[in-house]
Ligand binder design. Structure first.
Ligand SMILES: Cc1ncc(COP(=O)(O)O)c(C=O)c1O
Length: 464
């Protein structure tokens, strides 16, 4: 290890246990310390500026310097920095935010519950479903069906719903209440000559088979991201959710839309549920709810589910679930302001105006020799790297091609993320301009070209 003295890097290595980081490698590489943000850009300690091509973790929708959100937080912190919601206590920003969320929701919801993260929102949804099914006497109906490569968080229940091995291996997850059905990945999953609609039917059939195998009286809910994010930005094949929801209705299985990434404009509508025709019984959201300036998430439930919770709470004396920071006033005030700004500035209109250009630049990546498929919707997209475009053969995982491209992009001033399967994601702040979209993809192209040259050189050397 190089001697870093008493620098931020050395203190980071000594004291800070990083999430989602190779802890052993980190001891040598050290942290990448970011210090400032401006619009879609962030700056590191050395003064180098990057386009944040993933809006942090798919979340900072207003970019990194929105004064209105800072003002909303500081005003609330000065007025009432903390209060809770237990035993009927309340604060104005929470009331206003719950009301606003119901107004903009994709279907009529009855009540909004607040938590602090996507994981907590999904854990809360799991508990509410169990509580609801106990309330209505369906005491065996408790299993959840999620999808392989779905991402729903890391807490014990949400980490079980997640369908990615890296979040589960050696954590003794998933717990036994979860089953994972197939990924609606048309590029990888379709059979030769199979249409998108045909593939969607097969996905729905697999779901139905699973429900029947488990016993419909044991399956409580199905959870899905409208567009899978961390699983590789998987756009559902045409008719997928339509067919899936027919199956769910048939067996009285609740539909939970995990809108943690898709919510608040990402796919070109306010909700991914609107883009893909989902009618959820429960909707979870977080991230862009507050543009990630402060942590807050929400769970929206229908009147029917609310009545179940209400009845049980009456019987038991209370609805025994909630967090110290549920609807924290500063977080709620920032979220409320973020959603007001969405409306005042017609951010959705901006997303719709930018999406065709963004998607044209995503689609152009299909021409690249290393890209098997480039895909996206609204202001989210990804490229899947392959060794052979014809056969879709991937590079050996050990070659870490995705990470190579991610690192090259960083050198070229773009932060993006390599996901399993050498898939690189694009999910910039929603406020990105047309010029910045060009800059993002120009930088990415320089990076991927550079990696392609390296691979050719290595190939030539190996052949010698
Ligand atoms: C779709 C989805 N659901 C849930 C989560 C978990 O959210 P958090 O990291 O805030 O717990 C994420 C995080 O990326 C997500 O993308």
């Amino acid at each position: 290890m190089t001697d870093r003295g008493n620098s931020a890097e050395s203190r980071d290595i000594a004291h800070y246990l990083h999430p989602y980081t190779n802890l052993a490698t980190h001891e040598h590489t050290g942290p990448h310390v970011l210090t400032r943000g401006r619009g879609v850009y962030v700056t590191d300690e050395s003064g180098k500026e990057y386009i944040e091509g993933l809006a942090g973790l798919w979340c900072a929708s207003f970019g990194f310097s929105e004064e209105e959100l800072v003002k909303a937080a500081t005003e609330q912190l000065r007025t009432l920095p903390y209060y809770h919601g237990f035993a009927g206590k309340s604060v104005h920003p929470a009331i206003d935010l719950a009301e606003l969320l119901k107004e903009i929701a994709p279907v009529p919801f009855s009540k909004v519950f607040f938590a602090n993260s996507g994981s907590e929102a999904n854990d809360s949804a799991v508990k509410m479903v169990w509580y609801f099914n106990n309330a209505r006497g369906k005491t065996k109906k408790k299993k959840f069906i999620s999808r392989l490569r779905g991402y729903h968080g890391v807490t014990v229940a949400s980490g079980s719903l997640t369908g990615l091995p890296y979040a589960q291996a050696d954590f003794d997850l998933p717990l036994d209440f979860v089953r994972h059905t197939m990924t609606p990945d048309y590029y990888r999953g379709a059979e030769d000559g199979e249409s998108e609609e045909g593939f969607a039917s097969r996905c729905a059939q697999a779901l139905e088979d699973m429900i029947l195998e488990e016993g419909a009286d044991t399956v409580a809910a199905f959870i899905a991201e409208p567009v899978m994010g961390a699983g590789g930005v998987i756009i559902p094949p045409k008719t997928y959710f339509e067919k899936v929801q027919v199956v769910l209705k048939k067996y009285d299985v609740l539909m939970i839309a995990d809108e943690v990434i898709c919510g608040f404009g990402r796919t070109g509508n306010m909700w991914g549920s609107q883009t893909f025709g989902i009618k959820p019984d429960i909707l979870t959201c977080a991230k862009a709810l507050s543009s990630a300036y402060l942590p807050i998430s929400a769970v929206m439930i229908t009147e029917e589910i609310y009545q179940g919770l209400r009845g049980n709470s009456e019987k038991l004396g209370l609805f025994g679930h909630g967090y110290t920071y549920s609807a924290h006033p500063a977080c709620a005030a920032v979220a409320l302001r973020a959603q007001q700004l969405m409306q005042e500035r017609d951010v959705l209109g901006h997303v719709q105006a930018m999406a065709p250009h963004f998607q044209a630049r995503v689609a152009k990546m299909n021409e690249h020799a290393l890209v098997g498929q480039a895909r996206g919707v609204g202001l989210i997209g990804s490229v899947e790297i392959v060794a052979d475009k014809e056969t879709k053969r991937s590079y050996d995982a050990a070659a870490k091609i995705g990470a190579l491209i991610q690192n090259a992009a960083q050198e070229h001033g773009l932060i993006t993320r390599a996901m399993p399967g050498d898939i690189l994601g694009f999910c910039p702040p929603l406020v990105i301009s047309s010029e910045e979209i060009d800059e993002l993809f120009d930088r990415f192209t320089r990076a991927i070209d550079e990696v392609e040259r390296q691979l050719k050189q290595e190939g030539a050397t190996a052949a010698q």
